[in-house]
Design a protein around this ligand. Structure first.
Ligand code: PMP
Length: 440
């Protein structure tokens, strides 16, 4: 990022850059999540509502929202107040407290497929619990995951998230590890398939029925292009899983409590056996959940299947989630009506601006979480997404940042209940200017 770029927005980030240089002397890369290595190294001072302020005093309209969690915006009073109120109870008991059950009841009332629920801290770890309990329940080992889907950073599942698309005919795909130091053995029981391909999954599951413990899927490909499931695809997965005794796991870490109170499963009308929730559940506080069928989840009760964690269901995280679900479910889920309407205006506005300026920008996803990319061919799966113009996307994201609008560096946009119509107007103006800048 330029320190001062008069051609674009004239953004001065000299203090951020100074901080970054210092941080790199103590923190590898100056960041605490590798996902942040690819973003502009901005050091933030504070956030309020839809806005973030950096240490140079620049104010950004934020659509990264902590990579999705901050569905109520930054520093939302109802959540902070509830956390502050309950902090005097203590923070962690190595035992139970009454708020846990209150949150479990609330979550199960929001999500139809949730009969029992366990809480954790991050999405990655709850995916692990889901895989483990599915294997124990079925007595089988193999887990199907899809190209371009991300399910956390652990060795056994961090495969084929990005990288070269495999030749179409290979089923399952050759496994592609995503990190140096990753054990190739850890993912031996993972079969990677193409998503949105009705025939591929049917063929594979039918031929390997007795082996497959679980089908693990993001219901919308929000880690790759915001690609939506084709009509009937999630239903197809449901039918196949039921027919072959396979556990269907929806990874709703991004979509849960974001696209609807009942998650993507509510929107697409499909009930998985297990679901993983995280991000929006705690509006920015660390809390995640594995929820689903009683007969599967009961395996944790027997002690036969291990799910543990020192900080699980700590008081501040549980309080934050309770306050968040309270806000999101108030007045007949009114928050979603407003947020989705604004998100739709933003999606339509970006598409219209791109068309007017004759830019090959594509936009895909749902109003509360969508993706922008550049391509002249239609994007409907991983293979087509891999041919999108990532350099153009990075330049667009950087130009937007110069105009104080901040989607994620990968081109994903998240809405919050704190965004206003005025914010959307300001954003669309910035989009127009950023695209014009790229066109020069
Ligand atoms: N699953 C999905 C779909 C995700 O998008 C993410 C994080 N972006 C994870 C799992 C991992 O969650 P966490 O970063 O909380 O470990």
């Amino acid at each position: 990022m330029s320190t001062r770029n008069e051609h674009v927005g004239g953004l001065d980030t000299s203090r951020s850059q100074h901080y970054h240089e210092l941080a790199r002397t103590r923190i590898p890369g100056g960041v605490n999540s590798n996902v942040r290595l690819s973003a502009s190294p901005i050091c933030f001072a504070s956030g309020k509502g839809a806005r973030l302020i950096d240490v140079d005093g620049n104010v950004y309209l934020d659509y990264a929202l902590g990579m999705g969690p901050n569905i109520l915006g930054h520093a939302p009073a109802p959540v902070l107040d509830e956390v502050a109120r309950t902090l005097s109870m203590g923070q962690l008991f190595a035992g139970q407290h009454e708020l846990e059950l209150k949150l479990a009841d609330k979550l199960c009332s929001c999500v139809r497929s949730a009969q029992l629920v366990r809480f954790g801290l991050s999405g990655s770890e709850m995916v692990q619990a889901a895989i483990r309990v599915a294997r124990a329940f079925t007595g089988r080992r193999e887990v199907i995951k899809f190209e371009g889907h991300y399910h956390g950073w652990f060795d056994n599942i961090l495969v084929n998230v990005s990288g070269p698309a495999a030749p179409r005919a290979t089923l399952p795909r050759a496994r592609h590890l995503q990190s140096a130091g990753q054990s190739p053995h850890a993912s031996e029981d993972v079969a990677v398939l193409p998503w949105n391909d009705f025939e591929a999954i049917e063929r594979y599951v039918s031929a390997n029925a007795g082996k497959v413990a679980a089908i693990l899927t993001e219901p919308v490909m929000l880690n790759t292009g915001g690609i939506l499931p084709k009509d009937g695809y999630l239903q197809h997965l449901r039918r196949l899983a039921t027919a072959h005794g396979v556990v269907l796991i929806f990874d709703e870490v991004i979509t849960g409590f974001r696209v609807a109170l009942g998650g993507a499963q509510e929107i697409f009308g499909v009930q998985p056996d297990l679901s993983v929730f995280a991000k929006a559940l705690g509006a920015g506080f660390p809390v995640s959940a594995l929820a689903g069928r009683r007969d599967i989840m009961e395996l944790f009760a027997s002690g036969r299947v291990n799910h543990s964690g020192t900080h699980n269901a700590n008081v501040p995280s549980v309080s934050a989630a309770l306050a968040t679900l309270h806000e999101l479910s108030a007045a007949g889920h009114a928050a979603y009506g407003r947020m989705n309407a604004l998100g739709q205006v933003l999606m339509d506005g970006i598409a219209k601006t791109a068309k007017r300026l004759r830019v090959g920008l594509q936009i895909s996803g749902l109003p509360a979480a969508f993706h922008t990319c550049f391509a002249s061919h239609p994007i409907h799966d991983y293979t087509s997404y891999m041919r999108a113009d990532t350099r153009h996307l990075s330049a667009f994201m950087l130009a937007l940042l110069e105009y104080r609008v901040r989607p994620t560096s990968r081109g994903t946009w998240f809405l919050s209940t704190a965004h206003t119509e005025g914010d959307i107007e300001t954003t669309l103006d910035a989009v127009g200017r950023a695209l014009q800048h790229l066109n020069r």
